[in-house]
Ligand binder design. Structure first.
Ligand code: PMP
Length: 397
């Protein structure tokens, strides 16, 4: 008998399956709003000019293993980028470890926290959230609990804070630093302050899932504000899981960083030693290529300046597509309130249309998006926005 006979087939990942269906569709006017990856004004993947400059600088570097904690120059640059100006940074209270993009960062942070923190093994995520949160944290043995996050096109502050106020003291809470996936709705600064107070009062440990820093507003510094607020105003310990997939367009190169800001240099050292040990026992060392590019981008003034422009190009194009789509729908007098398209921000808009309508969009109009009604705004451009607006109009009438 086979060792595998008691196992059922696992259905394909919903998000990756949309890309598969999109690629298999032979229609010339098909539109992919499924995958959360930036596309330029021609609907093509975009290699950032800053990354092209870094590639030209790179030269031959061989193929040796990186240290377990990753490329030192990348860790230093990314840590400075995140924390410069905070007391934790000045006082050298930050542990860091290079990770396999944001996904690997979350796994590494959550595994390390199990060893570092004597808290109950509960982790709170927002509902809805990025589909992988539930799977990842339950795979590594956490009890995953949900905090209501969204209502009627906006962040549901009252429901979220009420639930947070009931969370088990000492638990971990995963917060989206900006550009919440899938809703595109972030807390305001005032709301962040209230969230921070509740978390501090209940001794909840924040993991800032930071997959879109710089991609949201065009400024990395502005997008990272909640992290600095928690550190400097609340003086709490926290983890940041940083991905460079979106903000440098290094999706497939898997560049990320876990950092823990702790209350003392000693505890930061302990945290780093634990991460090193967890890294060794899971992946040994992280990949080198993307980290070298990111390190060059961040450490070379002229290239870094170009990167800041690139962030504005990406975030600006997405913002203008939100406006274009909204204006088209108003022009068509499409039934419903579509203002969420312009009030939400980041890669995604959460349209609030039904599964049946989403299936109809795919079957009749060759428009592909996730069943939750999350659309990747980056999939729109001048050549398809009108067609999409018309398709949506026809669908909801
Ligand atoms: N967190 C969130 C909220 C995300 O949306 C993503 C990307 N879809 C990630 C983490 C991780 O992405 P990656 O592993 O590609 O960096």
């Amino acid at each position: 008998t086979s060792a595998f006979q008691s196992i059922d087939l696992v259905p394909p990942d919903i998000q990756f399956d949309i890309t598969r269906r999109f690629l298999a569709d032979s229609n010339n006017d098909k539109i992919n709003l499924g995958q959360g990856a930036y596309r330029d004004e021609n609907g093509q993947p975009w290699v950032l000019p800053s990354v092209k400059m870094a590639k030209a600088e790179l030269g031959e570097f061989g193929h040796e293993y990186l240290p377990i904690l990753g490329l030192k120059s990348f860790r230093d640059e990314a840590t400075r980028l995140l924390y410069k100006g905070t007391r934790a940074f000045t006082e050298n209270r930050i542990a860091s470890c290079q990770s396999i993009s944001g996904t690997g960062a979350l796994i590494l942070a959550a595994l390390s926290l199990k060893r570092l923190h004597s808290a109950p093994d509960s982790i709170y995520i927002t509902s809805p959230t990025w589909v992988n949160h539930q799977m990842m944290f339950s795979t590594i043995g956490y009890q995953v609990k949900e905090l209501p996050y969204y209502k009627d096109g906006a962040f549901d502050f009252d429901a979220f804070t009420a639930a947070l106020g009931q969370a088990k003291p000492g638990s971990t809470v995963v917060l989206h630093t900006c550009a919440h996936n899938p809703t595109g709705c972030d807390p305001s600064k005032i709301q962040w302050k209230a969230i921070g107070s509740i978390m501090k009062e209940r001794g909840l440990f924040p993991i800032f899932d930071s997959a879109y820093l710089g991609f949201n507003s065009g400024s990395f510094h502005d997008d990272a504000w909640p992290i600095r607020y928690f550190l400097d105003e609340l003086n709490v310990e926290l983890a940041v899981c940083l991905s460079m997939a979106k903000n440098m367009g290094l999706y497939g190169d898997r560049v990320g960083l876990v950092s823990f800001a702790t209350l003392s240099q000693d505890t930061a050292q302990i945290a780093e030693s634990v991460m090193q040990n967890v890294q060794r026992s899971t992946i040994t060392t992280p990949p080198a290529y993307g980290a070298r590019l990111a390190s060059i981008v961040l450490s070379t003034p002229a290239i870094r300046e170009q990167w800041q422009k690139d962030l504005l190009t990406m975030s600006g194009r997405i913002k203008s597509m939100r406006k274009r789509l909204y204006d088209e729908l108003i022009l068509l007098e499409t039934p419903g309130d579509w203002s969420c398209i312009i009030t939400q921000s980041g890669m995604f808009a959460f349209l609030g249309i039904s599964k049946t309508q989403i299936h109809h969009l795919e079957k009749k109009h060759h428009v592909f998006m996730v069943e939750t009604s999350r659309m990747s705004v980056a999939g729109l451009n001048e050549n398809n926005v009108q067609r999409f607006a018309k398709a949506l109009d026809e669908t909801v009438r």
